[in-house]
Design a binder for this molecule. Sequence first.
Ligand SMILES: NC(=O)c1ccc[n+]([C@@H]2O[C@H](COP(=O)([O-])OP(=O)(O)OC[C@H]3O[C@@H](n4cnc5c(N)ncnc54)[C@H](OP(=O)(O)O)[C@@H]3O)[C@@H](O)[C@H]2O)c1
Length: 215
Amino acid sequence: MPFAFQLNNNATGASLTNDGTMEIDFKNDNVATWTEMEQQIRSGLVRSIGLSNFNVKQVQKIYDSSKIKPAVLQVELHAHLQQNELLDACRRMNIAVTAYAPLGSPAAHNHFTGKYKVDMKVPSCLLTNHIVQEIAKKYNKTTGQILLRHLVEKNIIVIPKSTNTKRIEDNFKIFDFALEHDDIMKLNNLDKKEDGRIFDFRFFKGIEKHPEYPF
Ligand SMILES: NC(=O)c1ccc[n+]([C@@H]2O[C@H](COP(=O)([O-])OP(=O)(O)OC[C@H]3O[C@@H](n4cnc5c(N)ncnc54)[C@H](OP(=O)(O)O)[C@@H]3O)[C@@H](O)[C@H]2O)c1
């Protein structure tokens, strides 16, 4: 993450403010953190290191200042937030991209409004989107499989989460078909750019004032 939290020295997590939200560290230095992460590779403790939720400028800064380059960038990426600029930049830097929330995270809204008591916009549901439904019908696949295949065809790694055995199995069955060009274009046209973002992390109160807030 490009922003960090104050450590609670008596516990393993972040220290909390009076209202229960995490206390933000406004002075974290991402280049210094990356240098420490490189050290973990040199000492044989880890094999690969990467970034999450960094924007293009922030990725470029780490890339330019590092000896060991990021292997991967994990960001929110789905049909409503296709991140084309970030994808191009990562391709140029030879950094793999992992899409989190690749199905549009249908449970996120309830989870975060419940946990942090914040006002979050309700994203429109990709799994029941009528264009995705039409395409799913054509290929005899689920809407989830269409959404995942759309990303995998662009060489994006997907990490759909499910607690349901059948859906976990279904989410793997995306390598026995290919989307036709017209259908890829229809899915590409679902991009809402920044308006499609669900995870703006504003449930950490005041995070948007952090100098490294990425969005
Ligand atoms: N780096 C970060 O900052 C960050 C932020 C957010 C998330 N993530 C990671 O990304 C992963 C995925 O994100 P996410 O869980 O927010 O979003 P997601 O994978 O887009 O959506 C998961 C939700 O979709 C449902 N689902 C899964 N497969 C389905 C299918 N085939 N058909 C219909 N519904 C389906 C799941 O419900 P059921 O369990 O009932 O199937 C679950 O509620 C998480 O495991 C998390 O570790 C990373």
